[in-house]
Every structure is written in C-alpha cells, then in structure tokens.
Design a protein around this ligand. Structure first.
Ligand SMILES: Cc1cc2nc3c(=O)[nH]c(=O)nc-3n(C[C@H](O)[C@H](O)[C@H](O)COP(=O)(O)OP(=O)(O)OC[C@H]3O[C@@H](n4cnc5c(N)ncnc54)[C@H](O)[C@@H]3O)c2cc1C
Length: 378
C-alpha cells in the first residue's frame, strides 16, 4: 500500500523509477515520489521526509540533472500545478505570475503572443518555470533574472512560505542561492516576471544576426525572434523528445577567464596543439577585446582535444555540440560519469583548464562526486 501523509494528501509512489522523469532517460528509483499540486501537498512531502529522516529533492522537468543508477534514497517532490496569470498590464510593462510547474517554453510562447518582451531569446529551453531560477537560465544574451520581480518559496525546514526579491536570489552566470548557498533549502512555488510592452530586441549574437541577414529582415518582430531562436537551437541542440536519445543540454559550463588564466591557456595551446588551433583561440579572444573576463566556449577545448563523438558504453560526446553528452539509448549513469571524467581529465591535461559540470548529480555519494571532480596535477 503506498503511504499517504494525510487522508486527502497527495499520492505517494514508493520506489518510483526516475528515468522517465528525466530528459537523459537515466536513473534508478526514488524511495518516495510525491506529485504536489498545492502548498499543503508540498508540506505533506516535507512531513514524509521528516518522518522517515530522508533527504528531499525537488524535481521539475528533469532536464538539468543526472540521477545515479541506484536512484535517490529520499523523497522526490514533483510540482504539478501549472498556470499563468496576468497581475498587471499597461503600455509600459506586463507582470505575470507563473506557477512553478508551468513549462518554461509555454511561458515564453504566452509572453510572445501577448507582445511582451524580455524572454523571447530563452525560447525552447526545456524544463519547468520554477527550476528556471535555480541556475538562472540564459541563452542568446538574455537570462531569467533580468525579468524576475519576486519568487514565492517554501522553506523546507519549517514549511513556511516566503517571498524573495531578485536581489535575495544572488543570481550570476548559471547560479543563484538555489544551487549554491541555499541549495535544497527552498521549494520554488511561484514566480513573478515583469516584461516590457515595447520592443526591446536583443540581436547581438552572431547566429541571430546571421539568421536575419540571410533572410534580409532588418527589424524582426517578437514572433520572428522567437522563431529564429527555435530554428537556431534546433539546428544544434537536440531538444529532448521521446523518439531521440536523451541528454541534459550542456553537460559542461562555459568559461570566463581572467587575463592571467587566458595567458596560461594560450601557452598550453601553443605547446600542445597545432598553430591552427592557436589562431582559432586568438580569434575567440579578439571577440572580447575590452572585457576583463574572456569568454571561451568549453566546446572549443573539447573539440581540439579530439573528443567530439568520443563514446564510453552508451554515452557519447555530441559530434555537433560537444558540450552535450548524449544517451545513445542504453547509457547508464556510470557510462555518463566515466565519459565526463575522461573529458575533464583530457581537457585538463592538455589545456590546464578545469571544466565544471552543469547538471545536478542526484543520488551520488560525496566520494563519487569528489572522484568526478578529481584532477591529477600534470
Ligand atoms: C536540450 C536542452 C537544452 C538546454 N538549454 C539550456 C539553455 O540554453 N540555457 C540554460 O540555462 N539551460 C539549458 N538547459 C538546462 C535546463 O533546461 C534548465 O536548467 C532548466 O531550467 C531545468 O529545468 P527542469 O524543470 O528540467 O529542472 P530539473 O532538471 O528538474 O532540476 C534542476 C534543478 O532545479 C531544482 N528544482 C527544480 N524545480 C524546483 C523547484 N520548484 N523548487 C526548487 N528547486 C527546484 C532541482 O532540485 C535541481 O537542482 C537545457 C537542457 C536541455 C536538455
């Protein structure tokens, strides 16, 4: 009999396989799996975790996690309440209140249909709206923190509701308090976004510029920008669908290097790679002549190390976008971890750069995570 925290409480599924809830299509079962639609159902999940002295994990669309083959020995709480409400709209701006379980891309589509600007470049990012705040999703020059007004959360220790402002959330590149200092402390329940009602196109990215140049469009509409982003993304980033092999988007984070770190990378590239690769690196450097943080695509380093298409078991480095690790159908979490370790260690040995992993590793021991991050000094 599945346990129920209260008579009318949410259905709790014991030993529920997590694989189908992740875009990687990998992972063992959760000890308990709770679908929560309302605040009292979130609280019921907290009580269940407390009652069994188990850790709690909030699972959205499962597009930024890798679950261990053993699964998660705790309570997984999965928000299921969708919905978008307009709180305010005038000639200048519109304010939307969005439930955590709403699909992020449906929020973008809704905003674009209402002619509200500010998140169109974040089209076709998978996952739930609540989770979008966790790593402060970003793409093509926009990030969700730019339009966030406030967020309603539940404190997992007390079950008390709280409202956090944007500055409380400590946003940065792929980071917030939700994946750093306050990791696991809050369940995100609702977010309020403030969007502009007048045109605010952000067309700086070369791919976006090339897309409109090819089509001779000088002043694209909001809907055309959304379509451009979808077309560009689908050309290089496999949007997770049932019929395709799984992935979790970028498995590795991009780099932002200080001048001194760039100089070390340049010296290693000169020493360990052909002159052609050095010229390519210098061309990348020239794109940011004034910045004190030099952005280097991690995909470039993985590529010059000859790792495109590299495979271990059922896991493979994507040929087209090597930041992405693919589940070619039968990969285990162990295959993905072995591949990630190989990529990190090869890139470190040849370039001196330690690359970071983007998805959250769920159900792995501290020792396993330390081992993934271990790099031998060269
Ligand atoms: C094909 C593909 C493309 C992608 N492209 C991008 C991109 O361009 N830019 C980008 O930034 N990301 C990208 N991602 C990563 C991913 O889509 C985002 O990080 C997304 O926001 C994750 O949402 P999710 O609902 O799937 O979260 P999950 O994977 O379910 O969870 C991710 C983290 O959020 C936490 N979490 C989830 N819901 C809640 C909640 N309600 N309260 C508290 N914590 C919660 C989880 O505990 C976990 O730590 C991509 C992924 C894929 C598969």
């Amino acid at each position: 009999m599945p346990p129920h925290p209260s008579a009318e409480g949410p259905v709790v599924k014991p030993q529920e396989p997590l694989k189908p809830y992740t875009t990687f299509k990998i992972g063992g079962p959760a000890r308990f799996f709770v679908c929560a639609a309302a605040e009292d159902e979130f609280r019921a999940a907290l009580s269940l975790a407390a009652q069994h002295s188990l850790p709690l994990f909030a699972l959205g669309g499962g597009s930024n996690i890798l679950v261990s083959d053993r699964g998660f020995a705790g309570v997984v709480v999965h928000p299921v309440c969708r919905g978008i409400e307009i709180l305010h709209e005038d000639a200048e701006s519109g304010t939307l209140e969005v439930n955590a379980a709403e699909a992020w891309d449906d929020v973008v589509r809704y905003a674009v249909e209402r002619n509200s600007w500010g998140i169109e470049n974040l089209s076709h990012i998978p996952g739930q709206a609540g989770a979008a705040l966790v790593q402060n999703i970003g793409a093509y020059g926009q990030q969700v923190s730019d339009v966030l007004e406030s967020v309603q959360v539940m404190d997992v220790t007390t079950g008390a509701p709280r409202v956090l402002s944007t500055s409380d959330c400590g946003f940065g590149y792929r980071r917030s308090i939700f994946n750093t200092t306050a990791r696991g402390n809050f369940i995100i329940v609702k977010l309020t976004l403030r969007l502009a009602q007048h045109a605010r196109p952000n067309l700086d990215y070369p791919d976006v510029q090339a897309y409109f140049a090819e089509r001779s469009v000088e002043q694209p509409s909001l809907a055309e920008i959304r379509q451009a982003i979808i077309t560009i993304r689908d050309g290089k980033f496999p949007f997770p669908r049932e019929e395709r092999g799984g992935n979790a988007g970028s498995f590795f984070k991009n780099l932002s290097l200080a001048e001194r770190e760039y100089a070390a990378l340049r010296a290693n590239t000169e020493r360990n790679f052909s002159p052609r690769e050095l010229v390519r690196l210098e061309d990348i450097r020239k794109r940011f002549p004034l910045s004190d943080q030099i952005k280097i695509p991690t995909a470039f380093l993985i590529e010059i190390c000859g790792l495109k298409g590299y495979r271990i078991g059922g896991a493979q480095v994507n040929e087209h976008q090597p930041l992405v690790l693919l589940n070619q159908g039968d990969a285990t979490a162990q295959d993905v971890i072995a591949l990630a370790k190989h990529v990190r260690r090869t890139v470190y040995a040849r370039t001196g750069i330690a690359i970071s992993i983007e998805p959250e590793l769920v159900g792995f021991t501290r020792q396993e995570i330390a081992d993934i991050y271990y790099l031998e000094e060269s």
